[in-house]
Design a protein around this ligand. Structure first.
Ligand code: ZN
Length: 196
């Protein structure tokens, strides 16, 4: 089976984090990752201090499960990993976090400048025009529009039929069972699925 865009999208983040884990001089991470310099240096420092020792095995396990389902939309990064590397902290802006997570510029811009938290009235208006398909996005990702082409191509959003959505629900269950964590808002929640 060929690897789809969901797997590609997920493995791109895993590759970047593995690469950062091998950087010996943390300040050099900021020039290597110029789209998220402060975050990259922060992560490199944590790796060097041995505080992210359990991150890579969890990412590899998540990637293995994602490969098994080969979805067109990637799931959210393991919430434990996101917490440990600082994605949920207020220390890094939307541009840095969005760049690490490979979000398109148009979507980061709409999230950061228009202050959009979750799918809002504008998205719901778009959703009303959709017939017979379910809208799916990577949990935590807010597209500029449900039909943003760049999001679709990066494996972050899709319109799916119900059978594909059922497979995503199974993928979510597998991930929740394999990678337990304590983040209250993301228990078993790796996708935004509308209508549910
Ligand atoms: Zn966009």
């Amino acid at each position: 089976m060929n690897e789809g865009i969901g797997v590609n999208s997920f493995s791109k983040i895993v590759r970047a984090l593995k690469d950062i884990s091998s950087i010996d001089n943390p300040p050099s991470a900021s020039s290597r990752y110029s789209l998220f310099p402060r975050l990259a240096e922060h992560i490199a420092t944590l790796f060097k201090e041995g505080r992210l020792f359990d991150i890579i095995p969890r990412l590899e396990l998540e990637l293995k499960i994602v490969r098994k389902y080969n979805p067109t939309v990637r799931p959210a990064l393991d919430p434990y990993v996101s917490t440990q590397i600082g994605i949920f902290s207020a220390n890094f802006n939307a541009w840095e976090i969005g760049s690490l997570l490979n979000y398109p510029e148009c979507c980061i811009h709409s999230f950061a400048e228009d202050v959009r938290y979750g799918l809002d009235a504008k998205h719901l208006k778009e959703l009303k025009r959709v017939r017979g398909k379910v809208f799916v996005a990577t949990a935590g990702f807010i597209p500029c529009s449900l039909s943003c082409e760049k999001s679709r191509k990066r494996g972050l959003t899709a319109f799916m039929d119900k059978a594909s959505v059922r497979r995503l629900r199974l993928l979510e269950k597998d991930l929740a069972a394999a990678l337990p964590h304590f983040h209250p808002e993301y228990q078993g929640h790796y996708y935004e699925i509308r209508p549910a």
